[in-house]
Structures are given as C-alpha cells and as structure tokens.
Design a binder for this molecule. Structure first.
Ligand SMILES: Nc1ncnc2c1ncn2[C@@H]1O[C@H](COP(=O)(O)OP(=O)(O)OP(=O)(O)O)[C@@H](O)[C@H]1O
Ligand SMILES: [Mg+2]
Length: 457
C-alpha cells in the first residue's frame, strides 16, 4: 500500500505542484488548503507523513505541528518555510518537526526529505506494532520477572496456551496463580471468548454445585428460576477453578465426570449439556499429599494435572524483587498522581533480603503503602514497614543461600573472616576503624587477622 501523505498549504499553486510531484513518485496524496479541515481529516484517516506550510491564515504550521505532536506523535511533520524565515524553521525543529524545507525548493530536495520521513514513519509503525503485540500477548496482564524460574513458567504458558489440555497451577498464596491462569487464556485461541473463574472456597458445597452446574427452576427451595452455571457460561472459553483443593468429595466426583465426558446436567435437570471448555485449576495446597491422605481423589488429580505449572515462592526468585517493586511503585504512583525516582540502595537491599511469606501480593501491598506514605521521591528504608526491617529475617535469607549440610564451627569461622575482610575494605584498611565497625578492640582484630591469615593492610 502506498504511503499516505497529507499536504497543507494555503497557496493553491504549491498544493498542485506538490501533489503532482509526490503522486508521480507513487505516494497517495491528500492536498488541503485549510489547516482546520486537515486536522479533521487526520482524525479519520491513516496518514504516514504530514507536510505543512508555516505561514497560513487562521492556524499556522506551528499550530498544526503542535497538534500532530500531541495527538499523533508517530507521524513525522515536514515544515515548509518561506526563504529568509530561518528562525521559524529552527523553532519548528525545536518543537518536534521532523525536518524543514525552505521555499523555493528543488524537487530532489523535497523528495529526499519525504523519503526520510516515510522511512521514519515505517520504523515507528513497526515499533508500535511490536509494542502492541507484546502488551497483547497475555491480554492486559503484564507479567514481570527475569528469573529463570519465571521464564520457565512463561515458557510453559506459551507451550500450553495453544492446546486444550487441562492445566494445574500450584504455588503458595500470592505467587501469581490467577495472573498465570489469565495469561494462559489470553495467549490461547480462546482469547476472544469468556474467561470465567470461580473460587471453590468461597461457597458452601450445596451452593457451589449450582454455581458450577446451574440449576433448573424448582429444583430446590429458592431455585425460583432456571440458572446457568459457570460451566455453561464458559462455553467456548476457559473455566478457572481456583482453590480446587477445597472441593468436597461429592463435587470431586461430579467434576471428574465433566472432565471425562465434557457434559453434565444442571441441578434438578435431566438433559445432558455439552460444553467446549478449557479448564485451568489452581491450588496452594499440596494436592499430592491430599491424595496420599485420601482427601483428594487420585483419578481427579491426574485428570487435572495434565500440565502442571508450579509458581515458585518469591523468596526463591529474589532477582525478580527489584523489578516487581519498581513496577508496583510505578503503578501505584500513577494511581496517586505521584512520581518516584526509585529506591535507595539500602531500601532495595532490605526488600530483596526479606522472606515475603505473602509473596508478590504482599510486595504489591507494601509498595502501595510506600506510595501513600513516602514524602520524598526516593523510597528509603524509613518508608518500609517494620516487618521488612526485621534483622533476623535478613540473616535467615542470607543463610538460605548456603548449602544445607555444613559444619557449624567451620561455617561461622568463614563468615567471621568474610565480615572482617569486608570491614577492612570499607574502612580502607584503617584497622582502628575496621575494629570499630566490627565492635572489636584493635588487639582482638589483630589476633583474628593472624588467626585467619588475613593481610591487614
Ligand atoms: N510476575 C508478576 N508480575 C506482575 N504482577 C504479579 C506477578 N505475580 C503476581 N502479580 C500480582 O500479584 C497479585 C497476586 O497475584 P495472584 O492473585 O495471581 O496470586 P495467587 O497465586 O492467585 O494468590 P492466592 O493463592 O492468594 O489466590 C496480583 O495483583 C497479581 O497481579
Ligand atoms: Mg488466587
């Protein structure tokens, strides 16, 4: 498709010349002598490049430029100025014109400028498309993380999404199970159909049954009208069964039947209803253990667990913490019309070292709190809630990084030597300072230096 160029000039002669010249080169051209009409035209047409004269009655080229920059920042604007008005041209470049040409110009000069603008428009269009596809990939659900663990999860999502296989998502509370379930749906061919979710823990068993399967009018007291259940509502799309570990025995049997036969009856109904659904289930329970204890049916477990996606707790993917923290800080700052530059290094260290028993959700809550309470544009340690500054938690996370089977005395000595080396480096080998930092007397430090064979200078 030919690139579409919009020319705006109040001088009819120029319009005709430019139109002829550019049409001849194969561009699709719209030539308008009224800038207001031109701006209206932009609203409803796909334009690749705008060429506008500077001096026009009513709206000037500068006004046009400003409007295009604001509403269509991806469209490059070429400014034509009369010979001798170089200041106007410079000013136009300053507010974002792509290029300027002084009248009278040669055909070659104009064509060169237009070619460059067209190329620029093509690249920025490609970038825009690329950004849109990335954002679209999992719907609006931005999954943050760069750890191997989260990359593996996303790989699984990409692999499972095109299929109809049942997926079981496991992981502690707040690790992002629901987010991944939605990502699976939005990366699947079913993305334009419904994503229906139900939390199995939120209803007592009787109610849950009719929520899942629906009921016929009069099937029990209170069933005053026919009701369609989630299985029917999800037809064509994805059904997300959250907290599946909470399902009663009776419902486990019924769910197993749907999984096997892809059909069911409404409560009080006799007619089997067939559905085409993709089932995604999630649990923070250890289902295998529940199976071993007889609390969860083994056959149902295997039916659900065709593909398993395990979300590791946040403390096992600490490199994601700074990214997630920055993401939530940004998000909540926008909600609150605040702006933050980021975190102090100390604050980041605390955030990264903390155990996060409530995982990503807890991190999200802490960031929301920081946004509301922090009064500087950099979040510091003083802005963090007390539980995060708990020193013992810091030690615990440091210890988590060590191998499991270690000799206590040897390990403590290695840690002692490492701390001494760090203090020496930090004090630039001024031993009194290092001893001070460590809470040791100078002679005691010297004794330890000798003991560990550390050079003290
Ligand atoms: N990798 C991630 N990137 C961005 N946001 C995330 C990520 N993981 C989780 N979140 C966000 O953290 C919050 C908790 O996630 P979600 O509700 O999916 O967890 P969950 O595992 O279903 O928790 P629960 O077991 O408590 O129901 C949500 O707001 C979610 O958007
Ligand atoms: Mg959840």
């Amino acid at each position: 498709m030919a690139e579409h160029i919009l020319i705006i000039d109040d001088e009819q002669n120029y319009l005709l010349i430019l139109d002829a010249l550019l049409s001849d080169k194969g561009y699709s051209v719209t030539a308008l002598n009224d800038p207001e009409t031109a701006l209206e035209f932009l609203e409803e047409s796909e334009v690749d490049v705008v060429i506008t004269d500077m001096k026009m009655p009513k709206l000037t080229g500068r006004d046009v430029l400003e409007r295009v920059r604001k509403h269509y920042p991806h469209i490059p604007v070429l400014i034509m100025t009369a010979f001798g008005s170089i200041e106007a041209a410079v000013e136009a470049m300053r507010i974002g014109a792509f290029d300027y040409i002084t009248k009278p110009f040669s055909n070659d000069e104009l064509l060169l400028s237009v070619t460059k603008a067209v190329q620029f428009a093509a690249t920025s269009r490609q970038n825009r498309l690329l950004r849109e596809t990335l954002a679209d990939r999992y719907g609006l659900h931005k999954i943050i993380g760069k750890s191997r663990a989260i990359r593996k999860v996303l790989e699984m999502v990409d692999r499972a999404a095109p299929t109809k296989s049942t997926v079981l998502i496991t992981g502690e509370s707040g690790t992002g199970k629901e987010l991944i379930a939605k990502a699976l749906h939005f990366a699947s061919p079913r993305k334009d159909e419904s994503f229906v979710s139900i939390n199995c823990m939120a209803f007592n068993p009787g109610v849950l049954e009719s929520e899942l399967f629906g009921h016929e009018k009069g099937s029990f007291t209170g069933a005053v009208a026919q009701k369609r259940g989630r299985f029917e509502l999800a037809h064509g799309g994805t059904l997300f069964l959250d907290e599946i570990g909470e399902l009663s025995h009776d419902l486990q049997v019924k769910l197993l039947r749907v999984l096997q036969e892809r059909s069911f009856e409404r409560v009080g109904g006799a007619k089997p209803i067939e559905v085409d659904i993709r089932i995604v289930a999630a649990t923070n329970k250890d289902l295998q253990k529940a199976v071993a204890e007889g609390a969860f049916r083994e056959d149902l477990y295997y039916r659900l667990n065709v593909v398993q996606i395990e979300l590791p707790p946040l403390r096992e993917r600490r490199e994601d913490i700074p990214l997630l923290a920055a993401h939530f800080l940004d998000t909540y700052a926008k909600h609150n019309e605040k702006h933050f530059k980021g975190f102090t290094p100390d604050a980041l260290e605390y955030l990264t070292a903390y155990e996060w028993p409530g995982n990503v959700r807890q991190l999200e809550n802490v960031m929301e709190r920081c946004v509301v309470l922090a009064d500087k544009d950099v979040v510091g340690v003083e802005d963090l809630p007390p539980e995060i500054k708990d020193e013992e938690a810091q030690y615990k996370s440091a210890v988590d990084m060590l191998p499991e089977r270690l000799d206590l005395t040897q390990t403590l000595e290695k840690i002692e030597a490492a701390l001494i080396r760090r203090a020496l480096v930090k004090s630039e080998f001024v031993q009194t300072k290092a001893a001070d930092m460590l809470g040791l007397s100078k002679s005691n430090l010297q004794y330890k230096l000798k003991k560990y064979g550390i050079a003290g200078h």
